[in-house]
Design a protein around this ligand. Structure first.
Ligand code: GDP
Ligand code: IMO
Ligand code: MG
Length: 428
């Protein structure tokens, strides 16, 4: 069986931390979509690591980490991550596998990403500019280069053909600063690092492993509200971030999926453009950003902050078939007198529980319910029963609004700051 961990909001829910925590229960951790737009933060033994392409099980000895076919890989970023692993003395030899069917991000994909964003002006998506959109466009347009192509004697020619096509396309856009020859040099050096990893037929690998009884954990990137089909289009990423993406991003059949563990912050953030109905633009939002240290792990941009959004969570729980919830960053609310929950949307003159089709164009207001804050630090607590009654009340409220049990509560960035919640624990 394969269990799945994924983000239910607009990304950065704390997936890296939770995958790292749970990884010891598994034999394989596999990324199934996204690419270096992801930034997954892990903290343990006083050190912090940010992973973009490498799965978050890499720090657990012996565990296999697979970069699946649904991922798009920038070899330059991957090489930097590998250099970081070497510096941290992590033995990844034979443990970091890459699907030959994963697509490659070329330097000119990043150029097209930047050029496309520049052409949009105020309407820009707020992309991480890592070349994600243009690479998935080449994949579905059937022009892409895949990891397995680096083994071909014609690789250079294939590369140049695609690069030249991109350079022609770039003429349609405003000019953006881009040092192609420096980027190409670094890219080809990084291809050699990629070549040194184990390149596999990921779909056979994972199915054979599951048949042999190995336990697999699929690690999502981004969040369900950034899904290409169901997110706040066009302010989304270019892959299927929901659990369905596990099937085509790894080559596993739907009935193989076991637990779907959905992660939500105790509040909500989004980085980049697009609708965000529960956004707090004033002092309260600023306080969340400051205490939560809400700055992008990939780009360093300040994240937009707001209250937790129940209609959006119910939507993404439905799409993913979530079987259990993890609530992260609960400690960030420690110093709030009141904590709000966005329970409904109001649009077209009425209250709604559902997401409107044209969320990006429509004015959507939110109806809130207020709760008393707990106004104390959660730092000393390690057991669910010990938590202040108001925290437990907040968690129980979320469970009843979302109809899924919360099984884990995260109270700090460090690996150990995770409280397991027995299902059905009463309030108080
Ligand atoms: P990901 O993309 O979902 O893996 O999340 P990011 O790593 O981009 O962002 C989550 C941020 O919150 C990181 O800086 C984590 O170290 C931090 N974090 C994770 N869980 C907690 C938590 O429970 N409390 C606090 N205060 N920080 C957390
Ligand atoms: P993790 O895995 C938060 C956002 C970008 C932008 C939109 C499109 O760390 O949760 P793209 O680079 O994909 O063209 O950007 O999606 N975005 C993320 N936001 N966390 C992420 O990943 C994100 N990956 C992309 O900010 O709004
Ligand atoms: Mg992140």
């Amino acid at each position: 069986m394969i269990d799945v961990i994924l983000g239910l909001q607009w990304g950065d829910e704390g997936k890296g931390k939770i995958v790292d925590y749970l990884a010891n229960n598994y034999d394989i951790v596999a990324r199934f979509q996204g690419g270096p737009n992801a930034g997954h933060t892990l903290k343990f033994d006083g050190k912090k690591y940010v992973l973009h392409t490498v799965p978050s099980g890499i720090f657990r000895p012996k565990l296999i980490n697979l970069i699946g076919n649904g991922v798009v890989i920038d070899p330059t970023t991957l090489k930097k991550e590998i250099d970081g692993l070497i510096a941290a003395d992590v033995d990844f030899q034979g443990r970091l596998l890459v699907s030959k069917k994963a697509h490659l991000i070329l330097p000119t994909h990043s150029l097209l990403d930047a050029a496309s964003e520049a052409s949009k002006g105020k309407e820009k998506i707020g992309s991480t500019l890592k070349g994600i959109g243009p690479t998935y466009m080449d994949k579905t347009g059937r022009n892409g280069l895949r990891v397995g192509d680096i083994l071909s004697p014609n690789f250079r020619a294939k590369y140049e053909k695609l690069r030249d096509k991109h350079l022609n396309l770039a003429k349609l856009y405003p000019w953006v600063e881009f040092d192609l020859s420096a980027r190409e040099k670094a890219w080809f050096e990084s291809i050699e690092t990629l070549r040194s990893l184990e390149l596999v037929d990921g779909e056979y690998y994972i199915n054979q492993a599951m048949k042999a009884g190995k336990r697999v954990l699929a690690e999502g990137a981004q969040g369900s509200m950034l899904d290409i089909d169901f997110g706040t289009y066009p302010f989304v990423t270019s892959s299927n971030t929901i659990s369905a993406g596990v099937c085509n991003g790894l080559g596993v059949a739907p009935q193989k999926i076991g637990e779907v563990i959905g992660i939500t912050k105790a509040y909500c953030t989004r980085v980049g453009g697009g609708p965000f109905p529960t956004e707090l633009s004033g002092e309260v939002g600023e306080k969340l950003r400051k205490i939560g240290m809400e700055f992008g792990a990939t780009t360093g941009r300040p994240r937009r902050c707001g209250w937790i959004d129940i209609p959006a969570l119910n939507y993404t729980i439905m799409l993913n078939g979530v079987t259990q919830l993890v609530v992260t960053k609960v400690d960030v609310l420690d110093e709030f007198e009141t904590v709000c929950v966005g329970t409904h949307y109001r649009y077209d003159g009425e209250e709604h529980d559902s997401i409107p089709f044209d969320m990006a164009d429509k004015k959507v207001d939110t109806v809130y319910k207020e709760y008393e804050g707990w106004n104390q630090t959660l730092a000393p607590f390690t057991e669910y029963e010990q938590l202040p009654t108001r925290v437990k009340k907040y968690i129980t409220e979320l469970e009843s609004l979302l109809n899924v049990p919360v099984t884990m509560v995260s109270t700090g960035p460090e690996r150990k700051k995770l409280i397991l919640k027995p299902i059905g624990v009463p309030v108080g």
